[in-house]
Design a protein around this ligand. Structure first.
Ligand code: FES
Length: 93
């Protein structure tokens, strides 16, 4: 679902990351959150108590509503973490 990206913006090289085992394409320099949103993911995590779906709010590292597990490390803010080739991102079920 690359169509959420603005086509006229010149991007760096393409990379692939795994999101819950599915390959999505991203670009060097993008944040994990940007890659997730461009790929159509709107629910980034779930409330640990109520399990209600949550989405990114601030997009700048303040609210912690975008925490995901990256390469086995939990509670990483997707909005301030750049994608890396082969990165494994896990979202809450
Ligand atoms: S969206 Fe607020 S910390 Fe990431």
């Amino acid at each position: 679902m690359d169509n959420l990206r603005i086509p006229s913006i010149k991007r760096k090289e393409k990379v692939r990351i795994l999101v819950n085992g599915q390959v999505i394409e991203a670009y060097t320099g993008e944040t994990v959150l940007a890659a997730l949103l461009a790929a159509g993911y709107k629910i980034i995590k779930k409330n640990p108590v109520s399990r209600e779906p949550r989405g990114a709010l601030c997009g700048m590292g303040v609210c912690f509503e975008c925490t995901v597990t990256i390469d086995g490390v939990p509670n990483i803010r997707a909005c301030v973490t750049e994608v890396q080739e082969g990165m494994k991102v896990e979202l809450d079920d």
